[in-house]
Design a protein around this ligand. Sequence first.
Ligand SMILES: Cc1ncc(COP(=O)(O)O)c(C=O)c1O
Length: 386
Amino acid sequence: MSVVDRARRVLPGGNTRTTLFVPPHPPYAVRGEGAIVTDHTGHQVIDCNNNYTSLIHGHAHPEILGAATEAARSGTAFGLPTASEVALAEHLRDRTGIEQWRFCNSGTEAVLMLLRAARARTGRDLIVRFDGSYHGTGDAVVSPDAPGVARSAPDSVLVLPQHDLEALTAAMREHGDRVAAVLIDLMPNRAGLNPADPAYVTALRELTRQHGALLAVDEVITFRLHEGGLHKQYGLQPDLVSVGKVIGGGFPVGAIGGSADVLSPFVPAPGAVSWGGTFSANPVTMAAGLTALSLFGSHEIAELNRRGDQLRARLRDAGVTVNGSGSLLRLMAPDPTDLWWNLYRRGVLGGTNGLLALSTAMSPVHLDQIADAVTAVLGRGADHRV
Ligand SMILES: Cc1ncc(COP(=O)(O)O)c(C=O)c1O
């Protein structure tokens, strides 16, 4: 029996992650090496998905593997804290200037923890977020009409249109004294991967301060774009950030960062927020993450962003509509599933919505091959033959 048939028997729809499903079913990965993934049929593709932007150095990077293996040899998880979480928190502090950190196992969980922190710190209930931005799958950050979401969830969430300063100002005027946090992704992938307007971001910071609300920036995807996260590029000082993906070196991870004051509700004491996580801050993730980030300093970030900008310019010259900034690109196509399969058959693995994330494992030849495949599918006069 094929892996597909076996999968459909034991997993609803044949896999665990809605976000990577493409009809009729995605291929199953069997091996990743550098920039290349091999699937269960033996087909090889250049990995521009990189586990939804998290594998900044591609697959099986020897130094990251070495760090993870060494950590695992000393124990994969403990019912005690370890020095490895201290080391990664120190690294994150040094590269962002954000004082304190708290780890978990995914970006979804990081956003949940961020919302808990904001509500606990302010004693307020309301969260403001923006329509079309993805922040994982917690009730507060998905559509209130989505199946399985508590009908009461929208009571404590205000969803505003993207980049509409008038709507934001009016909402803060009316509800500002109830707002715990405004949650923003400065370049939201699902909303088209367009960077936020700096003047809007400045106004948002001002408004949140005026109304005593926290400004929370979701950097789960965008952290890779600047040594301190995309907010640094805006000169922005958020009260809270959520991160994930690249900071785990390819292992499950999430984290929030903030000042000691903002994160004070987590300091164990009577009345404090109680938040565990059996595998949170496990030493394998912490060691792999620290190594991956150490190999991704300002020089490497600038170089990868430069390659991304070059690729984007080349694709635009070829007539492709492509958004994003630096090492993150989003191909805009009428039928994302068609696009996904057309690219996959031509040897390029992207995201199911046209997202491409570069890795340091890609060579100039890989980048040429990616440009050729995308141009063949979406460029001027593309034949769309599979
Ligand atoms: C901006 C943003 N926030 C949160 C998440 C959720 O992260 P995870 O998939 O690790 O739960 C994602 C995932 O893509 C994301 O892009």
